[in-house]
Structure formats: structure tokens, C-alpha cells
Design a protein around this ligand. Structure first.
Ligand SMILES: Cc1cc2nc3c(=O)[nH]c(=O)nc-3n(C[C@H](O)[C@H](O)[C@H](O)COP(=O)(O)OP(=O)(O)OC[C@H]3O[C@@H](n4cnc5c(N)ncnc54)[C@H](O)[C@@H]3O)c2cc1C
Ligand code: SF4
Length: 496
């Protein structure tokens, strides 16, 4: 029921979500001359609000205070942003174009003939310019990343310096709690200000709940204000718009569609859930590495990309690292005493199969993903290779993410990883990449959106976030999301 403070707005386009996809498409449309309204469930914090108090930042910036779990074997810890700027506010800013071999698969397997490197070039170039994709200033790199590089070099592995969306990053290693210097070019400080400068209206603390339709056409959104920190419900906002664009991320976008019982004649909404599971290993050195100084990543080891394995550093503040390890109480304290001598590193595993997002009994998202036997083998091989790199750079012990084998103390012990029975349930895993749950394709029977992001079933309803990935990509996804969202936006402008 409407209350006195409920309001009604009108615009050419309403965009749900302000992260990688929502920020990029909102700026594209507003700069193209359209009136745009942005709805964002999370709060609007700015650079001056970001600091080093991890628990406070997590409560403000993360969905479910960062505690979501993707159920399966093993359970996978999952984090995503919920604030103006979405996950880009808390991400590591690693920025890569979609690998060409992946685009070729999307063209061949999904019939997406326009997703070639040549046709995507202008969109990648525009994104890279907007979010300032650049190499790191050398002084922003810490010793942890140099040790990873040294290990790779000694073993002859191919590695590359990272490209990140940043301007003179100071290397404070606070990316996951919001960048306190404004160096990181999240959509909060890049695309959203561009959209606002061209008249876009932003409603933070407003969760889109209902899709408005007329026949088979989307005509708007009904949102509900809720205090992002207390959850207290407020008034309702109705936005009438010619174009409705969902960019709520690969978990919340399918949830919205499932709850609205729409755009799902294919039965594919929420399916094809890809998540790049990670497993980490921690090298312990004899000297102080002070890995918390310098940016989270400086190099990626790409020697084994064809096996679906990418390795890099993942040094995070001590509270978060302790949470990501299987120790409690005194045991955790004993391990964490070595924090200054640690190098945390991870293996990102390219998906070979998919999970599913559905709705639970409370109307919230339920995520399911199980490691296949091949994923287990890839995780073991990835951690074996990463251990070898850490030992090659001088680690005296490597802590492993496997319950039956917690650590090894020399490279000679690496074969133990293959002689110990390690099952899927024994692997500690986490992820921050969710993709694919409303996939793009030409066949309405097997995909949710067409090659221009419009849902096959509902005219005027578009998706412009990580949901529309037609398949796995194997690298950090934000540039791909932004490029696809920009491309959808350019298509909408061309039709106006
Ligand atoms: C800790 C972390 C580190 C990462 N590091 C990297 C990295 O280095 N490089 C990289 O490429 N990627 C990285 N990622 C992943 C990347 O940030 C995400 O893949 C990307 O931001 C997803 O874009 P999106 O538009 O799909 O969703 P998001 O960026 O998550 O944005 C979705 C937004 O929609 C809002 N929303 C959801 N539901 C509703 C609703 N019903 N109504 C209104 N608003 C809603 C959410 O609050 C959120 O703000 C990282 C992610 C995390 C969490
Ligand atoms: S490491 Fe760089 S980008 Fe990350 S929070 Fe610090 S200054 Fe910002």
C-alpha cells in the first residue's frame, strides 16, 4: 500500500545496481542524452568514509556482512559488494580484457557472432580509458608480490605485471575495505560521477522489488527504501521508464527475475552459475616480508592458464586472513603470530561446469556449486605448483588449504599432495567472481538475453551485469562486464 512519502518518477531508463555493469551503462546512457534513474540497495559512502577498520567497512560495504556461503562440496565462501559502486568499491581493481580464446568460444559455441576482439575493441578501449587501466607505480608493490615474481622467475614460469584500474595507487592494501586515497577507479569515483554530471538521479538505499509490465513489455520498477545498515523499511519508489536495465549482479539479478516470475521461458534463469573457485596457500618465510605493505597483486603467473590455473598473491589484512584459515582460538593466534612473515597467494580455477542460483524459503538467494573430480585435481595441481613457487622464493613452510594435509616444509614434500587422499569436501575455497546466471545467446530455449542484452521474453527489459556471460572467462571479470554493459548501452542509444 502506498504511503504519503511514496514517490513516482519517470525516466528514459531505470538502472538497478551501480556496480561494474550498472555504473558503466548508466554513464553511457546519460552521456548519450537519456534521462536515467539509478536504484541502489546499498548505502552511498565516499572516499572519506573508507578506512582500516575492517569489520566496520565490511558491515557497510558488503552484502550479508561478507558472510555468504555457496553451498556444495566443498562449501565456498562468497563475497560481493552492496553499496553505491557495488563490488567495484571492494575489489582488487585487476583489469583484463576477455581472452581471445574465450571470445572465440562465445562466437563458435553460442553463435554470438559480434563478440569478436575486433568488434569489442572500441568498448574495451573506452572502458580502459574511463577506469584508467594502467600498470602499477613500482613503489606501490610490496615484497610479497616480488617474492611471487622471484619464485616464478627461478622456475622459468611465464608471469605478467598486473594492470589495474587506478591512478597512482599508494599501495595501502585496503582495496577490499574501500580505497581511502581515491586512487582506485571503482564506478563510485569513475562512472557514477559521469552519469550524475549529466543529470542521472541516484537513489541509494532503495531495493528494486517489482518489475512493472504492460503485456510483454517492461515499463518500470517498484523499489522499497530500506536503511542499508539497520534494514528498517521506508517508503516506496515507482519509476516508469521506457527501458528497464537490471545490473544487480549475477546473484541478485536472477533472484529478482525468479521472484517476479518473469523472463524465464528457457528455464535458464539462475542456471549456468560460474564462480572461479579459489584455493590459497600461504608461504612462511624466515624474515619479515610485511606483505600488508603494497597492493594486493603485482604479478599473475599465467604459465598454466591452459590448464585453467592462474596464480597470484592475495595478501589481505590479518583479521580477514585469519577468518579464511581453518584455525580457531589459540591455534589461530599461534598461526597468525607469523603474519608479518607470510605471503598469501591463491590459485584461481577456471570453471569447467556450472552451479545454480535459486530462491530460498526466506525469499533470498541460495547458491549451489559443487567441485567436479576435475576441479579437485586442478586445485591439487594448482596448489602443488604454487607451493613450488613459494619454496623457490625462500619459504620455509607452506600452509595448504587441505584438511588432511595442513602444511608442507620443503619442495620434496610436494608429492605428498598426490599421496594423501584429498576429497572435494577437504578443500577450503572462496570466491568473489559470480557470473553466467542469465546467459546471453541467440537461442531463446537455452539463453535468457539476446546478443544485445534484451531478455528474449520481455521487450524493454535488459540485463547489463556479470549474469550475461555466455560462459567462463578464467580471468578477473570487471572489464568484460563493463565492456558488455557499454555495448548494450551503445545499442540502446543507437535505437533512440
Ligand atoms: C573482494 C572482491 C575482489 C574482487 N577483485 C576483482 C578484481 O581485482 N578484478 C576484477 O575484474 N573483478 C574483481 N572482483 C569481481 C568484480 O568486482 C565483480 O565481478 C563485478 O563488480 C560484478 O559486477 P556486477 O555489475 O555484475 O555486480 P556488482 O558490481 O556486484 O554490482 C551490483 C550492485 O547491485 C546492487 N543490487 C543488487 N540487488 C539490487 C536490488 N534488488 N535493487 C537495487 N540494487 C541492487 C548491489 O547492492 C550492488 O551494488 C572482485 C570482487 C570482490 C567482491
Ligand atoms: S592499494 Fe591502492 S587502490 Fe588499493 S586501497 Fe590502497 S591506494 Fe587504493
Amino acid at each position: 500500500m502506498a504511503t504519503r512519502s511514496d514517490c513516482v518518477e519517470e525516466a528514459d531508463a531505470v538502472v538497478v545496481g551501480t556496480g561494474a555493469g550498472g555504473g558503466a551503462i548508466a554513464a553511457e546512457l546519460a552521456e548519450g542524452g537519456l534521462s536515467v534513474i539509478l536504484l541502489e540497495e546499498g548505502g552511498h559512502y565516499t572516499t572519506k568514509d573508507f578506512g582500516f577498520d575492517g569489520p566496520a567497512m565490511i558491515r557497510k560495504l558488503y552484502r550479508n556482512a561478507g558472510t555468504a556461503v555457496i553451498r556444495g562440496t566443498p562449501n565456498i565462501i562468497f563475497s560481493e559488494g552492496r553499496c553505491v559502486g557495488g563490488s567495484t568499491v571492494i575489489n582488487g581493481a585487476l583489469s583484463w580484457r576477455t581472452p581471445e580464446k574465450i571470445l572465440q568460444r562465445w562466437v563458435w559455441e553460442q553463435g554470438l557472432a559480434d563478440l569478436t576482439p575486433e568488434k569489442l575493441e572500441p568498448f574495451f578501449a573506452k572502458v580502459e580509458e574511463r577506469i584508467h587501466v594502467a600498470p602499477q607505480d613500482p613503489e606501490s608493490l610490496g615484497e610479497d608480490v616480488e617474492l611471487l615474481r622471484l619464485g616464478a622467475e627461478r622456475l622459468g614460469h611465464r608471469y605478467i605485471p598486473v594492470q589495474r584500474s587506478q591512478k597512482h595507487c599508494a599501495g595501502t592494501n585496503n582495496c577490499i575495505f574501500g580505497c581511502p586515497t581515491g586512487a582506485k577507479q571503482s564506478t563510485l569515483v569513475s562512472y557514477i560521477p559521469r552519469a550524475l554530471a549529466r543529470g542521472a538521479r541516484l537513489y541509494p538505499g532503495c531495493r528494486a522489488e517489482k518489475l512493472l509490465t504492460k503485456g510483454a513489455r517492461a515499463i518500470g520498477i517498484v523499489g522499497r527504501f530500506r536503511d542499508p545498515e539497520t534494514g528498517q523499511r521506508g517508503s516506496q519508489l515507482t519509476v516508469h521508464a521506457k527501458m528497464v536495465i537490471l545490473a544487480a549482479g549475477a546473484i541478485q539479478t536472477p533472484l529478482f527475475l525468479i521472484k517476479n516470475r518473469t523472463a524465464n521461458s528457457s528455464g535458464q534463469v539462475g542456471r549456468n552459475f560460474l564462480c572461479h573457485p579459489n584455493a590459497k596457500a600461504i608461504g612462511i618465510y624466515d624474515h619479515d616480508v610485511l606483505g600488508w605493505k603494497g597492493t594486493i597483486q603485482g604479478y599473475q603467473i599465467r604459465e598454466f592458464l591452459d590448464e585453467g590455473i592462474m596464480m597470484t598473491t592475495t595478501m589481505v589484512p590479518p583479521g580477514l586472513l585469519a577468518m579464511a584459515m581453518p584455525y580457531l582460538g589459540a591455534e589461530s593466534l599461534a598461526v597468525m603470530k607469523d603474519y608479518n612473515r607470510m605471503v598469501a597467494a591463491g590459485v584461481l580455477i577456471e570453471d569447467t561446469h556450472a552451479g545454480r542460483v535459486s530462491v530460498d524459503a526466506f525469499g533470498e538467494a541460495s547458491m549451489r556449486y559443487d567441485f567436479s573430480p576435475r576441479d579437485v585435481a586442478t586445485a591439487i595441481r594448482g596448489i602443488a605448483l604454487l607451493s613450488e613457487v613459494l619454496f623457490a622464493s625462500g619459504a620455509r613452510r607452506v600452509l595448504l588449504p587441505f584438511a588432511p594435509l595442513e602444511h608442507i616444509d620443503s619442495p620434496d614434500e610436494i608429492p605428498k599432495l598426490y599421496r594423501t587422499l584429498i576429497r572435494a569436501a577437504d578443500i577450503e575455497s572462496m570466491t568473489v567472481h559470480a557470473m553466467g546466471t542469465c546467459r546471453m545467446g541467440i537461442d531463446p530455449r537455452s539463453s535468457v538475453v539476446d546478443p544485445w542484452g534484451e531478455t528474449h521474453d520481455v521487450r524493454g527489459l535488459y540485463i547489463a551485469d556479470a549474469s550475461i556471460f555466455p560462459g567462463p572467462i578464467g580471468v578477473n571479470p570487471q572489464v568484460t562486464i563493463m565492456a558488455l554493459a557499454t555495448r548494450v548501452g551503445a545499442h540502446l542509444l543507437a535505437g533512440c
